[in-house]
Design a protein around this ligand. Structure first.
Ligand code: BGC
Length: 385
């Protein structure tokens, strides 16, 4: 067996572990030596593990990664895991058994795949974490994502703008209300590292206004553990909003805004508010609700003045980065990170490529999403792709 491309980590591994790995892979294709840079693309396969098909974005991500890799001539094994951790673990186990040459993984629980990552390292399969960091393992080679802290900063800034605390330059407005204005806070799934970064970015931005009394959280639920939405499920967010309304707002209290970390959750929250009679649009009393992902249904609601904002993360560019990184490994080189400091996964700092994000509001959705050709005017009107 040739040992052309032992990765740094394999070199660092103890000789006992190496011996085990080599025995385990004896007679197999990729083996501990990693992808063969001399191989024809059609003899190479990339395993792509995606979390769920219930969010529009992951469907787009999967399709774009698959298309990009196939354009380069590679085979693709694309699997969705229904947001079920054992399913995702099995899918990755199987990809490793079938000797894929590179793995691209968007995890459900970033810390639940350590044994799969060990097995991938033993088999010399480079692992690219896709959008969500893989944690507690040294066997993660590269990470492609967006500036996740900045997502949170943008969500909170959009909220402050919607509440009149920030002006159109996202600086404190001269005529900012003294408050107190009432807000409620929602976070994503605690097993997704991104959820923590979105939260940190948002809370850091809101904190001065919580501290000086401009903002208040009447439920008192200001801890991420109270605000979290397990598996990012829309229904869970809708139910929590319903409970908050019943418990804290049934006596005529006002609610001015809601920090929501992803569009499906925003829509669940808006459903709860509309069902409870807060109004159909922001103009007629609906609180200002933020979002993320620029899903078509939410862009349609933003155009209609129902949802206040979202964050556009161009998943086509993310897919391109993942494809480029996979190609680098498959051709015997290494992808170029643009950040080697931020993403400490508990074991190593994972070299990363971070993409920028854009805040989307009623004023700019046309320019960002329609003029650029990302969505057509008709899609925005119907709310469907
Ligand atoms: C992604 C978001 C997405 C969320 C729920 C996060 O890891 O970064 O874009 O909305 O998961 O799927």
């Amino acid at each position: 067996m040739s040992v052309r491309h032992i990765r740094t980590k394999a070199v660092l591994a103890t000789s006992a572990a190496m011996a085990l790995a080599l025995t385990a892979c004896e007679g197999e294709g990729a083996g501990a030596s990693g992808p063969d840079p001399e191989a024809d693309p059609e003899d190479l396969t990339v395993g792509v593990a995606m979390p769920t098909q219930t969010y529009e974005r992951w469907l787009n991500d999967g399709a774009a990664v698959e298309e990009g890799l196939e354009e380069q001539g590679y085979n693709v094994d694309l699997q969705y895991a229904d947001d079920d951790i054992p399913t995702q673990s099995q899918q990755i186990d199987q990809m490793i058994t079938q000797e894929v040459d590179v793995l691209i993984i968007a995890s459900i629980d970033g810390s639940a795949l350590t044994s799969q990552l060990d097995a991938a390292a033993d088999a010399g399969i480079p692992v690219i974490a896709y959008d969500r960091l893989l944690t507690n393992s040294e066997n993660v080679d590269f990470y492609v994502t967006f500036d996740n802290y900045e997502v949170g900063v943008n969500q909170a800034s959009a909220l402050l703008y919607g509440l009149g605390i920030f002006d159109e330059n996202f600086e404190e407005a001269d005529d900012a209300p003294e408050g107190p204005l009432n807000i409620e806070l929602f976070a994503g799934s605690l097993d997704d590292n991104n959820a923590h970064l979105f939260w940190e970015g948002a809370i850091d931005t809101l904190q001065p206004y919580l501290d000086d009394g401009t903002l208040e959280v009447p439920s008192g639920q200001t801890d991420i553990n109270q605000a979290a939405t397990q598996r990012w499920e829309q229904e869970t967010a809708q139910e929590r909003m319903e409970n908050l309304l019943t418990t804290h707002y049934s006596g005529g209290e006002e609610l001015h805004g809601v920090l929501a970390p992803a569009d499906p959750l925003s829509r669940g929250i808006i459903n709860a508010l509309r069902n409870d009679g807060w109004g159909d649009t922001i103009e007629d009393g609906l609180p200002v609700v933020t979002g993320q992902d620029a899903e078509i249904a939410s862009i349609s609601l933003i155009a209609e003045g129902v949802q206040h904002s979202t964050i556009f993360k161009d998943t086509r560019l993310l897919a391109e980065q993942a494809v480029d990184a996979a190609e680098a490994y498959l051709s015997g080189s290494e992808p170029e990170p643009n950040d080697t400091e931020t993403y400490d996964n508990g074991e190593i700092v994972v070299p990363s490529y971070l993409l920028e994000v854009e805040m989307v509001l009623q004023d700019n959705y046309e320019e960002i999403l329609v003029d650029s050709g990302y969505y057509t005017e008709e899609q925005v009107e119907t709310g469907q792709l």
